[in-house]
Structures are given as structure tokens and as C-alpha cells.
Design a protein around this ligand. Sequence first.
Ligand SMILES: N[C@@H](CCC(=O)N[C@@H](CS)C(=O)NCC(=O)O)C(=O)O
Length: 252
Amino acid sequence: MAEKGMKWEGVYIDILAGEQFTPEYQKINAKSVVPTLVHDDLVIPDSTVIIEYLDQIAPENSTHPKDPWERAQARYWTKAVDEDLHPACGAMTFLCSHRHTVLRKLGKEGANKFLASTPDFSVTSDWKSFKDAIVRQGFEAPGALGKVKLYDSYLHKMDKALTGNDWLVGNKFSIADIALTPYINRLAMMSMRGMWEGGRLPNVERWFEAIEARENFKPCFIDWVPEDLTNDLRENGIKSWPEVAKILEIEI
Ligand SMILES: N[C@@H](CCC(=O)N[C@@H](CS)C(=O)NCC(=O)O)C(=O)O
């Protein structure tokens, strides 16, 4: 919306305090996940659907490539986000940071209630049990390591696509770059820039520097996040980094 010059009012839903589970929020988002777009009397959940909808109601300043081939390439990136990267990011964030915050803030009983409140069909159809396992068992949770590796595989795919290109599709900033930004930024906020810096994935490093330099980056991705969450992501991430580096065979 910022890139398209659209105005909106944001309502912060604290998903670590369980605000996504209130009956009021579940009325607009049955999976109890954020975000949800409310446009007049229309309710539209799911980020990729939201951005496609916004581009159709305001086709000026489109963030989608016009060329059909380039549009298809951009679509592959958003499809990858929906199918693989977003679930991997949820797992990685709970694994490396949120589980510590949830247990500290809610206590053992509060955490039990929080985990039990997740609907059966949430981020993915197995998110309820997977999130439960990650919060309780951390890196020992079955499937957790696979999600770290899956996340990393997309950084490699990005690095390949960015070889000789400034941006992911058609060498022009597009929805593909916008859609991938939260996932690189989340790792950066968790103090895990070592996944691409230090010569590991130089094209991703160059790309993210260009993203961070954009006018809309700081207000949308940094300022929007409450200070205590920013601090938790940074500090918990620092503690989790050796484990992640070991899984990915990164020397630290
Ligand atoms: N497909 C949805 C997924 C949204 C999603 O997974 N949101 C996460 C935060 S990024 C969430 O609300 N999680 C709530 C929970 O884990 O209880 C989208 O792209 O909007």
C-alpha cells in the first residue's frame, strides 16, 4: 500500500498475547492469523490475495509486472511464499524467538491456553500441533530442522535469481521483491544476517541493502513493530544463532 501510495489505517494485533483468537477477530479471519484487509464492508484475509486485490482496485502505480512472462515469474515467488516460505518463517520465528517470549510473558499455564486456542486450520493445516511441538521442544521438535533448511533454500534461490540483476524479476522492483522483503527482514531482526552476509550469498546482501535504503522500508517494516518485540527478536535470535548456524553449516 505504501509503494502504491495508498492510505490505510493499521490495527496492531498482538499475536503473542493471543489477540488473534478473540471472537471479534475470528469473525474476520477464521484461521486466526494476521493480516486481514477490511475495505469498506469487504473483508479480505491472506497477504497474497490482499496485494492482488489492491492492485486491481488501484491499477495505477502497479507493483505487478505488465509483461505476461515476468508476471508469471513474480507469481512463482508469491506462490513460493504462500506454500513454503511463510510456514517456514512461522516455524523459524517461534523456534528462535517467539517460544521464549510466549513462555516468559504468559507462563506455563498461559502458554498452554495460548497453544490450545490455535484453530485446527490455521497458518497451515498442521500449525496447531507443529507450533505446540516447537514451543515445547524447540530444535528437538520433529520437522523443525527441515523448516530451517527450507527457509535457507529460498535464500539460495534468491541469490541465483539476483545474479547480474538488481531485482528478482525483470530487473525492475516489483511485487516479487516486496513479497520477499518480510522474510529477509525477519532474519535480520533475529540477528541472523550471517545467513547471507560474510560472502555466503552476496547477491542477497546487495539486494537487501537496496531494500533497506528504500523510503518505505523503515516506516513499514521497522517502525511498525513494537519496541519490546524488536528487542525480543534481536536478543532471542542472538541466543538461537549458534544452533541455526550449526544446522546450516555456517562457521561462526
Ligand atoms: N496465508 C496467510 C498466513 C498469515 C500468517 O501465518 N500469519 C501469522 C503471523 S505472520 C499469524 O497470524 N500467526 C498466528 C499464530 O501463529 O497463532 C497470509 O499470508 O496472510
